[in-house]
Design a protein around this ligand. Structure first.
Ligand code: ADE
Length: 236
């Protein structure tokens, strides 16, 4: 039997994060309507300051992120998709706790150089850098963020936890994650507005594993206020 979320409902925002620490505070703030399971994913339906949303943990990596994004696009009427979570800093000005509102997102590990394609270019398509929805970016940048530094930036995605920045191609990256470009690509193909928002946990260097473990519980929820304000104030 198909789950009830197969019935198209009123438009909502889908808010995703890869790990429990990245979504648990949002779930706690939800006025919960219902909770459903699909293929091991838990879908939390509810309202966030009276805005209708679905919150879900995608799990780590591009395949899980693509899978749940496409499924929810197919099953629900979505106003947009927001992905939140931690990232490794590439730009030298970014420190743990800072927030990057991803304006451009690219697969840093997509490499078809052997056929003459630029890094990140998906062959035989126009897809390379994916653009977050400008209205969502504006709403996120206008949100009050307390003490955190918040700035626009370029997010690079790969199915790897980066512990040495020198392996990254020269793409103008500000930070690296493991899901952003997958969500961006799925949303772009489906013409669904999206936003990738990342909190810096480490510097994608030799200390990244220790910094990640220390800073994930400390900072993973830092984007909650921005997400609340973004869904509240966007014109979508
Ligand atoms: N997420 C948080 N830190 C990361 C890193 N160093 N590489 C990839 N994804 C990350």
């Amino acid at each position: 039997m198909k789950p009830s979320h197969h019935i198209k409902s009123t438009p909502r925002f889908l808010i995703l994060g890869a790990m429990d620490e990245e979504i648990q505070e949002l779930i706690a703030l939800l006025q919960l309507e219902k909770q459903e399971q699909w293929c091991g994913f838990t879908l939390y339906w509810g309202t966030l300051d009276s805005v209708e949303v679905i919150v879900c943990k995608s799990g780590i990596g591009k395949v899980f992120a693509s899978l749940i994004t496409q499924h929810m696009i197919d099953c629900c009427e979505l106003r947009g998709v927001l992905f939140t979570g931690v990232a490794g800093a590439v730009a030298p000005d970014l420190k743990p706790g800072d927030i990057v509102v991803g304006t451009r997102i690219i697969h840093h590990d997509f490499d078809v150089a052997g056929l003459g394609f630029e890094p990140g270019h998906i062959p035989f398509t126009d897809y390379r850098y994916f653009e977050s929805d400008p209205g969502l970016v504006e709403a996120a940048l206008n949100a009050k963020a307390g003490l955190a530094l918040v700035r626009a930036g370029c997010v690079g995605t790969g199915d790897q936890f980066v512990t040495d920045k020198s392996i990254l191609p020269d793409l103008g990256l500000d930070c690296v994650d493991m899901e952003g470009a997958a969500v961006a690509q799925v949303c772009t193909v489906n013409r669904i507005p999206f936003l990738i928002i990342r909190i810096i946990s480490d510097s994608a260097d030799g200390s990244a594993n220790v910094d990640f473990s220390t800073n994930l519980p400390k900072y993973a929820h830092r984007s909650v206020g921005i997400l609340q304000s973004t869904v509240q104030h966007t014109k979508l």
